[in-house]
Design a protein. Structure first.
Length: 227
């Protein structure tokens, strides 16, 4: 079951039902509000659960612009404005207030669902590419390494070598295997190039350099050791 919740705000019950039916086909949970005041009340109560709002502009009691302004004071939840108007000036006004997407009525429900899915994909939290091993944190997005919170300077090859060792922690890796995976080709030179890189990495890791263990006659192994 999808745990995404969408608030549909429109004073036309027929329109709400149409949109709701299509969203529920995609397993989204749907909350409904028939006017702006009701929308704000529901948002206050369910703010932590609502992932996206479909918000009609022309409504009694409180129009969509007013609802948008109040929500934007406290939340950056994605908002798609639904309007019968197609004026460029209205669209610009909406974007200035913080609208994420703008769809003019009448619209195809399938297109609406596609826009909803696109925005949810764009705004969902990215899975962290940071991995931590014994106080050593590798950030694959930034290609950085931190040792006890302090960034250490590694060359690209040193970074790739440390990353490969850590990804295979606890496994004894031969020099040939390291060369083929880190240098990405059959290296015909002296495999002692690995030894010099390991020496530099150990030095840069300080006390944690001992996590890189020399396996006599084979190669190296990364293993976190307790003090």
């Amino acid at each position: 079951m999808n745990d995404i919740t969408i608030l549909v705000v429109d004073d036309e019950s027929r329109m709400r039902k149409l949109v709701k039916d299509f969203l529920m086909q995609k397993q989204y949970k749907v909350l409904e509000a028939a006017n702006g005041e009701e929308a704000l009340t529901i948002f206050e109560e369910e703010q932590n659960k609502i992932n996206l709002i479909l918000l009609d502009v022309m409504m009694p009691k409180l129009d969509g612009w007013s609802v948008l302004r109040q929500i934007r004071q406290k939340s950056n939840v994605p908002i798609i404005m639904l309007t019968a108007r197609g004026e460029e000036q209205d669209e610009l006004f909406g974007f200035e207030l913080g609208v994420d997407e703008y769809i003019a009525k009448p619209f195809s429900p399938k297109i609406l669902v596609a826009r909803v899915e696109a925005i949810l994909n764009r705004t969902k939290p990215k899975e962290s590419n940071k991995k931590e091993y014994g106080g050593i944190v590798i950030d694959e997005d930034g290609r950085t390494v931190k040792n006890d919170g302090k960034e250490i300077e590694l060359s690209l090859r040193e970074y790739e070598l440390l990353k490969y060792l850590i990804e295979n922690h606890g496994i004894a890796l031969s020099r040939d295997k390291i060369l083929n995976n880190v240098w990405n080709y059959d290296y015909y030179g002296d495999s002692r190039t690995i030894d010099s890189h390991i020496k530099k990495i150990r030095h840069k890791l300080g006390k944690k350099g001992r996590y890189i263990e020399t396996i006599r006659g084979i190669g190296y192994k990364f293993e976190v050791k307790e003090h």
